[in-house]
Design a protein around this ligand. Sequence first.
Ligand code: 5GP
Ligand code: ZN
Length: 153
Amino acid sequence: MSRQVKRLPEQESKLYSNSMSECIFCGIVSGEIPARKVLESDSCLAFLDIFPANRGHTLVIPKIHVADIHGAETNTYSTVAAMAKDVADLLTTKLSSDGISIFQMNREAGWQTVFHLHMHVIPRWKNDLLHKPWDIAPASEESLTEVLQQIKK
Ligand code: 5GP
Ligand code: ZN
């Protein structure tokens, strides 16, 4: 049975999910909140997103609470990425998808809404209705040089 999650206003939503004790995904790990599990290991869990972007949209999380990529040990991030690869292979085989898109949002500015690290694994089909969230436009030589200088200095 799926649990209907009420969308909270942005401010409350942030407060709600920033604390580990009230984190939705920690609730799923502990079994307090039901989820449709796709894969599970000692360190990670994959389950269906209840607001899917496409059929089979799956989230992969570490079982320990870390807010985002910056809060995660490299090893924790690697185990999540490894399970995302297994989920991608599984969904492609079982759902006969034509492709897979993987998203991993960090912090409010990066479109994260649940502040427990997760990867979105989204099956794709030719001509599905999803579209890229950015428009492509060529950068100037100067802007590429300038940003690389700042990154490397
Ligand atoms: P974000 O926006 O942080 O990258 O992704 C959070 C994702 O969690 C969203 O795609 C949202 O649909 C999903 N989500 C939020 N609450 C629940 C829940 O209670 N159960 C499940 N399975 N997914 C949830
Ligand atoms: Zn959590």
